[in-house]
Design a protein around this ligand. Structure first.
Ligand code: FAD
Ligand code: MLT
Ligand code: ZN
Length: 460
């Protein structure tokens, strides 16, 4: 063991540390697989006190820390490639308390999202943020990225569901932020600074989450559409008539990959675009409204075909067509764009971005999907097998520069929900002004004076 680690072990007796090469590799990277992991070691604290002690030791010894959840991040936020100490929250993974009157549940930050869902269910309630990485991502990582997912249209992003946070700031101070209060007009809301900070201000150790009533029973509908242009019209027609829980789109190319991965073909014919939507179907009136929306779309020529789930199993099959996309294209090391504009700007932005992508990516397969009802597009460019990683990324970055300029013109965001991390750092200025970034730096200096919390992520 190196002198450094011996001093950490001495400062935090009983702290679990991992230093095997396989562990360094496993904990040093996230889903991007773009950087070569090279952490100093992995610390796995079991308590808030241990987290605090590790952060104090890091301050005394000038060691950078990378907070680590499930490492399902898609922006390189949890990457440790420069001798940082990875601080994994994976042992701090329990539900701590629930209050029925407040409808609040307090959990440790390393709890997997799926376990949070299950714990909420035990109380007859739901934690509504949801997406395909639910089994592996952690609530702390969700908070640090302000994760979105497939139900934002109905419930909003992670930020809406955090009533309180316990954090260890970069200077080692333990802060209890908002303490579950509904109303609290007593100065700056530091809780919201930590949400979406990607671990650059400190470590989330506990979260007090709002829970909601379960939604009414729902149905899932898969729609086939002829063109991108009608997508937003179908969305408007459905939103007017139904209580939507989700409204997600993908293309025929996306579907082809999911089918090749074992999903069941929904229609005999192939159509260019598809929507998966879920809506309340707890009354005859709701069912009639759903059929009316569908028929209206058919009459307008916006919908070419459709299927409505007749069972939970079929609903899951339809969802798999959308949720399976990320896994099904992972082997192509996709270059991921995760962009957003205001929903009202979506039709014009779709036109502009389709033109830009069509012109600039003639040789690569491009997969479009995303949370269209939130103004959030995922544009994934697949690496051809005969291209090396570096050349492929360089080619994609040229186009991202243009896309960033378009986003800037539309007042959009270069990262809707995945975070800036390392991947989107060169394009932060398309979304944030110089004055804003200067204030980011000032805030970081206040909470992390030595700059040890996830350095080099989001901004330099
Ligand atoms: P990590 O990857 O471990 O970390 C992410 C960032 O948070 C890093 O900067 C890290 O340093 C920081 N961090 C982690 N834990 C803490 C903590 N306790 N305190 C402070 N900082 C911390 N994202 C969406 O928003 N919507 C989706 O629909 C979606 N779908 C996905 C589907 C798949 C199949 C995959 C692989 C990913 C998907 N993601 C999605 C991306 C990813 O799952 C989310 O960003 C998730 O919130 C990351 O959680 P994590 O625990 O894996 O975080
Ligand atoms: C999704 O919407 O499926 C996720 O954000 C994951 C991805 O973009 O690959
Ligand atoms: Zn997404």
């Amino acid at each position: 063991m190196s002198d450094r680690l011996a001093s950490l072990q001495q400062a935090v007796p009983g702290l679990r540390l991992k230093t095997d090469a396989a562990d360094l590799e496993h904990y040093g990277r996230d889903w991007t697989r773009r950087w070569t992991p090279a952490p100093l070691a992995i610390a796995l604290p079991g308590s808030v006190e241990e987290v605090q002690a590790v952060v104090r030791w890091a301050n005394d010894n000038d060691v950078a820390i990378v907070p680590s959840g499930g490492r399902t991040g898609l922006s390189g936020g949890a990457v440790a490639a420069n001798g940082e100490l990875v601080l994994s929250l994976e042992r701090m993974n329990k539900a701590l308390s629930f209050d029925r009157i407040d409808r609040l549940m307090t959990v440790q930050a390393g709890m997997p999202l799926q376990a949070v869902h299950n714990a909420a269910k035990e109380h007859g309630l739901i934690y509504p943020v949801d997406f395909a990485a639910r089994g592996s991502c952690s609530i702390g990582g969700n908070i640090a990225t302000n994760a979105g997912g497939i139900r934002v249209i109905r419930y909003g992003n992670t930020r809406e569901w955090v009533a309180g946070l316990k954090v260890v700031a970069g200077n080692g101070e333990l802060l209890e932020l908002n303490r579950g209060l509904v109303k609290n007009s007593s100065g700056y809301d530091l809780r919201n600074l930590f949400i979406g900070a990607e671990g650059t201000l400190g470590i989330v150790v506990e979260a007090t989450l709002k829970l909601a009533d379960p939604p009414p029973p729902g149905n899932v509908m898969l729609l086939a559409l002829p063109s991108f242009e009608v997508l937003m019209q179908v969305f408007a027609a459905f939103r007017e008539r139904l209580q939507l829980e989700a409204f997600e789109f993908f293309t025929d190319k996306a579907l082809a990959h999911v089918l090749a991965h074992g999903a069941q073909k929904p229609f005999d014919e192939v159509y260019p675009y598809y929507v998966v939507t879920e809506y309340a179907s707890n009354s005859e009136a709701n069912e009639a409204a759903a059929l009316a929306a569908f028929e209206y779309g058919m009459e307008q020529g916006w919908i070419l075909d459709g299927v409505i789930s007749q069972s939970d199993a079929q609903a899951q099959q339809l969802w798999r067509l959308r949720e399976g996309i990320t896994e099904s294209i992972a082997r192509y090391k996709p270059y991921k764009n995760d962009v957003s504009v205001r929903i009202s700007q979506m039709p014009a932005f779709l036109d502009a971005s389709q033109e830009l992508i069509g012109e600039n990516y003639p040789d690569f397969e491009v997969i479009w999907f995303g949370h269209i009802g939130d103004g959030n597009l995922h544009i994934n460019v697949l690496k051809p097998d005969d291209w090396n990683d570096a050349d492929f990324i360089a080619a994609c970055e040229k186009v991202t520069k243009l896309l960033a300029q378009t986003l800037h013109d539309f007042g959009g965001s270069i990262s809707a929900e995945h975070g800036i991390g390392l991947v989107k750092k060169p394009y932060l200025s398309s979304t944030r002004s110089d004055a804003e970034v200067a204030m980011f730096k000032g805030i970081k200096r206040a909470l992390d004076p030595k700059g040890l919390m996830n350095p080099g992520k989001v901004f330099d």
